[in-house]
Write a protein that binds this ligand. Structure first.
Ligand code: ADP
Ligand code: MG
Length: 321
């Protein structure tokens, strides 16, 4: 690399993200030293983005930096955790300074927005690939899990699923849309806003939670399976954005909401008797979530349209499917 590895880390990553007083030792030594709050449990997640698999290789570098952290923030949100410290393993074909500056800026803006400090990582040469490890914490015993839902629990989703899948199709020129709708949908793919604040608040409401990354129907089915229940989704209740509807029309918008990936929203279950408290403490208009279905005693995932079960050939994106 033209720029030495040391100079590159110093220039782009040593002050990337928030400063936190619980970072005893950050970038520069062999490992970071962190001080989780007393009485908390550490929550850890990692996700890899591979060029050409998880994003088009020519995506804006700031979007790649944003998404590399966002996908991990979404995992911590699903646990009800507060994110705090990140490590970044970056493999890149060359030290392209303009690319690195934009990548680091995209990562840093989202990190600061969530008070996440970048405390270490690794930098290597090779095909473009980014792995972020994110650490956070929850009060001991309070984390949300996929397991914990019971038959009869109401099921909710945040945001408007399907937008990001349409945004990716627009990025890849597989779809066209009116300019305002195209800008909105592209941003939903390029700069997802993980529901960290909602996840933390859901600790005192939800019985189970998962983040929606591989398609709502498939991810709701995973929550249900982990909870030992089934799930019924109401086709008519899926929350759809006006931009998605304007771009692909009604049946296709619902298919994308059920099966499209990259939403980074939360899908969560709430016991029936706790729904009134949820909606009064976390007004759905403000927190932007909607009821989409119910957990059931019989296993499996079903989509119902006016009470009739619909058939779907495919319920989510699978890398090794
Ligand atoms: P080592 O060989 O001991 O693993 P490195 O030279 O790889 O050390 O890294 C030096 C320091 O820089 C370490 O603190 C490491 O965590 C940090 N670091 C390396 N690459 C990155 C990166 N892409 N982002 C953040 N920190 C990094
Ligand atoms: Mg070392």
């Amino acid at each position: 690399m033209a720029l030495s590895e040391f100079a590159l880390i110093e220039r782009y990553f040593s002050a990337c993200g928030a400063r936190r007083s619980d970072v005893i030792l950050g970038i520069g030594d062999d490992a970071a030293l962190l001080a989780p709050p007393p009485g908390s449990e550490l929550v850890a997640a990692t996700d890899t983005l591979v060029a050409g698999v998880h994003f088009p290789p020519d995506s804006p570098p700031a979007s790649i930096g944003h998404r590399a952290l966002a996908v991990n923030l979404s995992d911590l949100a699903a646990m009800g955790a507060r994110p705090a410290w990140a490590l970044l393993a970056l493999t890149t074909p060359q030290a392209d300074e303009a690319w690195l500056a934009e990548f680091a800026a995209g990562f840093a803006a989202l990190a600061r927005g969530h008070e996440v400090a970048l405390v270490g990582g690794d930098t290597t040469r090779g095909p473009l690939c980014i792995t972020v490890q994110l650490l956070g914490h929850v009060p001991a015993g309070s984390a949300l899990r996929r397991a914990g839902g019971r038959p009869g629990d109401a099921l909710f989703v945040s945001g408007t699923p399907g937008d990001a899948a349409a945004g990716l199709a627009l990025e890849q020129a597989h779809l066209s849309a009116p300019p305002a709708a195209a800008a909105y949908l592209r941003a939903r793919f390029l700069r997802p806003e993980p529901r960290v604040a909602l996840g933390e608040r859901l600790r005192s409401h939800a019985s189970a939670c998962i983040d929606v990354s591989d398609g709502l129907l498939g991810d709701a089915a995973k929550l249900a399976a982990a909870s030992g229940t089934g799930v019924e989704l109401d086709y008519q209740q899926l929350p759809l954005s006006a931009s998605l509807l304007a771009t692909v029309g009604d049946p296709r918008a619902r298919e994308l909401a059920l099966g499209g990936g990259d939403d980074y929203e939360l899908c969560f279950a709430v016991p029936a008797q706790a729904v009134a408290r949820l909606t009064s403490e976390l007004p759905p208009e403000h927190w932007r979530y909607a009821r989409i279905g119910t957990l059931t005693a019989s296993s499996g995932a079903r989509v119902l349209r006016e009470g009739t079960v619909m058939e779907f050939s495919h319920s989510g994106y699978q890398h090794f499917g």
